[in-house]
Design a protein around this ligand. Sequence first.
Ligand code: SF4
Length: 221
Amino acid sequence: MPSSPSAQERRNARVILNRLTKLYPDVGTALDYVDPWQLLVSTVLSAQTTDQNVNKVAPTLFERYPTPEDLAGADPEDVERIIYSTGYYRQKTKSVIALAGDLVDKYDGEVPADLEKLVELRGVGRKTASVVLSEVWGIPAIAVDTHVKRVANRLGLTPNTDPVKVESDLMSLYPRDRWVEISMTVIRFGRDVCNAKKPQCWSCPLRDRCAYDNKTIRPNR
Ligand code: SF4
């Protein structure tokens, strides 16, 4: 995608996003949270699992460790036991304890509303930071995860696979006030319809806009 997309490319991108927003009018994360701190930790835990799985363990975790200070001093084995069912529990335990420690050391336990500051925290990548910024503060950001990368490529919205370049291509295609919608709708679409192994192309509302060569045209194929 050129750094300055043509009017035709922008129009195509707009049609795609309009259809996704129609498909998912209730955009937003499915993670339950009461404050930015909880959403930050839950977003880290949501890697490689569903938001529903995280919602099952989060109440116990935050009851036991309500503040960043509490979690920073947690016994890793106890945290592992609590979050076990979300998968990759050892790595995730290390991440959330380190993240809590950084939050206390660098920002007095307050989650900063700033992407560059958020990614300074261990365990927080651009995707997690973007989700928190857009969800909590409505700050325009595009979270590029594996779903956004795959769907954007298949739909021809970007030729790139590097997340930072994909993010930049999408930012050049869409106005700022629509950035929040992109990650939320595309992530869901990537999970529900345009999944990695067997995309449901036979019923896809974007089929006429899609350049992907290996479409699954029948459910039994
Ligand atoms: S047609 Fe298939 S590959 Fe293309 S966007 Fe739809 S589900 Fe994905």
